[in-house]
Design a protein around this ligand. Structure first.
Ligand SMILES: C[S@@+](CC[C@H](N)C(=O)[O-])C[C@H]1O[C@@H](n2cnc3c(N)ncnc32)[C@H](O)[C@@H]1O
Length: 232
């Protein structure tokens, strides 16, 4: 069930669409990557962007790390005219297919670019971003992989000290839930729970600050907890 907070954020700021999306038929084009565009996924994207609302205006620059087939880019295109969106996926696994789907769907829109983490991340991070967003990425990875990613992404603060990294994760609380749904947990989420204090320690070691944004009720009854990392 969607929380009142998520609903009120949606109603107040994100529901209104000002422009036509770049991809007008995202479900047919595979932009939602096996899921469908619906109110819950839109509210989910809004809940991440809420964390960087003060930067969400024309000129907004976002790196979507683990972007799938670019659904966030399409969502932004309905709300801003002038923005830079870079979506990256791993070159292994299904990453390349997702990027190919995205490239086919988004065509040559100059505001949107896609690439692979292995080949493009370093170069991409030389550019200034207001936000790096990881929607449902850490929720599928082991904790050490998440730290590995943050260790690379923290470079974003060297180029723009006012940048933010926004991500979702499960905290240890979710571990109790997975005993009730072991097949779902094994299949989709692996060992991806972490304690809030683990993120806090990582931030402290790197001169960064952690803030909790909100809890987002996502698929399978799990709650994706959204956090933001920024410079002190
Ligand atoms: C649940 S999907 C979410 C996709 C997209 N962020 C969205 O919300 O539509 C998780 C994504 O993370 C990507 N992924 C898997 N392992 C990754 C890794 N080590 N680094 C970055 N992305 C990864 C997958 O390829 C997949 O597209």
């Amino acid at each position: 069930m969607t929380s009142e907070l998520v609903m009120s954020i949606w109603e107040e700021y994100w529901k209104e669409k000002k422009y036509n999306p770049i991809v007008s038929n995202p479900n047919q084009k595979g932009v939602y990557d096996g899921q469908r565009e619906d109110l819950i996924t839109s509210m989910g994207m809004a809940s991440f962007l809420e964390a960087v609302k003060e930067d969400f205006k024309d000129g907004f620059r976002v790196l979507d790390y683990g972007c799938g087939a670019g659904a966030l880019g399409n969502f932004i295109s309905e709300r801003l005219e002038d923005f830079t969106y870079v979506g990256l996926e791993p070159s292994s696994g299904q990453g390349r297919d997702r990027i190919q789907t995205a490239l086919n769907a988004f065509g040559n829109d100059s505001r949107i670019k896609f690439g692979t983490i292995d080949e493009d991340l370093e170069k991409v991070l030389e550019n200034p971003f207001d936000a790096v967003i990881l929607i449902s990425v850490f929720t599928h990875l082991e904790v050490n992989d998440s730290y590995w990613i943050l260790d690379r992404l923290k470079k974003v603060f060297d180029v723009n000290r006012n940048a933010s990294i926004v991500f979702s994760c499960f905290t240890a609380e979710e571990r109790r839930l997975h005993w009730h749904q072991p097949q779902i947990w094994e299949r989709y989420y692996h060992e991806s729970y972490v304690r809030e204090s683990d993120w806090e320690n990582w931030c402290k070691d790197n001169g960064l600050q952690l803030s909790k944004v909100l809890d987002f009720p996502a698929a399978h009854g799990y709650v994706h907890e959204i956090y933001k990392i920024h410079k002190l």
